[in-house]
Design a protein around this ligand. Structure first.
Ligand SMILES: Nc1nc2c(c(=O)[nH]1)N[C@H]1C(S)=C(S)[C@@H](COP(=O)(O)O)O[C@H]1N2
Ligand SMILES: [Mo]
Length: 323
C-alpha cells in the first residue's frame, strides 16, 4: 500500500466541523467545541475534498454499551465529512478522495450474507435478519490505517459474535474468512489494483471478542457506500485494512485463510496486523500517526489503545514474527 498524496485543497473549501451530540457525548462535545479546527497545513498532507454530503437514514434506536465492556474514548470524534470523504475502498478506485463519488450509486439492497463452512446451521441471511439479531450499538473506536493516519469513528453495529452464534460453529472451526462483493453490476469498478474479491480473516477468538463488530452505521445513520455499506467488519485493535467492507460471505474454516493485502505483499502485511508501534512496516515506522484533523503527530498505542481488552489473547506469541 502506498501513501498517496491526496488532492490539494484550500482549507477554506473544507466543510466546517460538525459537532455530534448524543446524551453520552454531550458534555465532552461541549468541552471540545472551543478547540481549534485543523489548519491548512495539515490538510495539504491529508486533503479531504469538500462536497455535498449525502447522509444515510437515521437509525431509530441506538444503544450505548456499558463502559466496563467498551472503553470510552476521551478523544475528539473525527468529523463526518472526513470519515466519509477520505476512504480506502479499492473496489471504487485507489484515490482516497475519489471513493465517495465513485461509490455513490453502489447498489446495497437487496443484500444477503452467506454464513457457511464448519458450522452446524449454515444460512444465507438477508441483511435485515442480521440487523434484527441484536440492538444497534454505538461503538466509538479509534481506527488506525497501516499507512500512518487515524480517525475516531462513532460506528453503529452489532457484535460479530451474535451472528456467528446463530450458525453454531463446529469444534474444528479455528478461523473466520470474510469476502467482499466483487460485482460490477452493483456499480463496483474493480480496478487492477488488487485481486478481487477482497478477502480477510480472523482467528475465531478474535472474531468472537466483544470489541469485534459488524458495523452498519456511522454517526447514528446507515453506513454510506464508501464506508462499506451495508455491512463491514470493524476490529479496532488491528490496522484498518482488516476491516473488510461490504461483506457477502463469512466462512468458518480450520486453517488460517488468505487475506488480500498479505497476498499482495506478504512481507509487508501479516495475517494478524495488530496495531503495534514497535513493529515497523518495511518502508516506514509505525511509532506515530497523523490523526485526521489534528496538527502534528501523536504516538501510536499498542493494540491501538485496546491492550487491556485484547493483549491476553496473544499471550506467549511473538508479535514480531506473527505481525
Ligand atoms: N473491501 C474492501 N475493504 C476494505 C478496503 C478495501 O479496499 N476494500 N480498504 C481497507 C482499508 S486499507 C482501510 S484503512 C479501511 C478504511 O475504512 P473507511 O474508508 O471506512 O475509513 O477499510 C478497509 N476495508
Ligand atoms: Mo488502511
Amino acid at each position: 500500500m502506498l501513501i498517496k498524496k491526496a488532492d490539494d485543497v484550500k482549507s477554506s473549501e473544507i466543510t466546517d466541523q460538525k459537532t455530534y451530540l448524543n446524551r453520552r457525548n454531550f458534555m465532552r462535545a461541549a468541552a471540545l467545541a472551543g478547540t481549534a479546527t485543523a489548519t491548512g497545513l495539515l490538510y495539504r498532507q491529508f486533503a479531504v475534498p469538500a462536497g455535498p454530503e449525502v447522509r444515510g437514514e437515521k437509525i431509530a434506536v441506538v444503544q450505548t454499551p456499558a463502559a466496563e465492556i467498551i472503553p470510552p474514548i476521551d478523544e475528539k470524534l473525527t468529523p463526518y465529512q472526513d470519515i466519509t470523504h477520505y476512504n480506502n475502498f479499492y473496489e471504487f478506485g485507489t484515490n482516497k478522495g475519489g471513493v465517495a463519488a465513485n461509490a455513490k450509486n453502489f447498489v446495497t439492497r437487496p443484500w444477503t450474507v452467506s454464513v457457511e463452512g464448519l458450522v452446524q446451521r449454515p444460512k444465507v441471511f438477508d441483511l435485515d435478519e442480521i440487523l434484527r439479531l441484536a440492538p444497534a450499538e454505538e461503538r466509538v473506536y479509534r481506527m488506525r490505517c497501516v499507512e500512518g493516519w487515524s480517525m475516531v469513528i462513532p460506528w453503529v453495529g452489532l457484535p460479530l459474535a451474535k451472528l456467528l452464534k446463530e450458525v453454531e460453529p463446529l469444534g474444528q472451526a479455528k478461523y473466520v474468512a470474510f469476502e467482499t462483493a466483487a460485482d460490477r453490476k452493483r456499480g463496483m469498478q474493480l480496478p487492477n489494483a488488487l485481486d478481487w474479491p477482497y478477502v480477510e480473516g480472523l482467528r475465531l477468538d478474535e472474531a468472537l471478542h466483544p470489541l469485534t463488530i459488524l458495523a452498519h452505521g456511522l454517526y447514528g445513520e446507515t453506513l454510506p457506500p464508501q464506508n462499506g455499506a451495508p455491512l463491514r467488519l470493524v476490529v479496532p485493535w488491528k490496522y484498518g485494512f482488516k476491516g473488510i467492507k461490504s461483506i457477502i460471505k463469512i466462512s468458518l474454516v480450520e486453517r488460517e485463510p488468505p487475506t488480500s493485502w498479505n497476498l499482495a505483499a506478504s512481507d509487508e502485511y501479516g495475517f494478524y496486523s495488530n496495531v503495534n508501534p514497535e513493529v515497523s512496516h518495511p518502508r516506514w515506522s509505525q511509532a506515530r500517526e497523523q490523526r485526521i484533523g489534528e496538527f502534528g503527530k501523536r504516538d501510536t498505542l499498542m493494540f491501538n489503545g485496546y491492550a487491556e481488552q485484547v493483549a491476553q489473547i496473544y499471550a506467549g506469541m511473538d508479535l514480531k514474527r506473527n505481525f
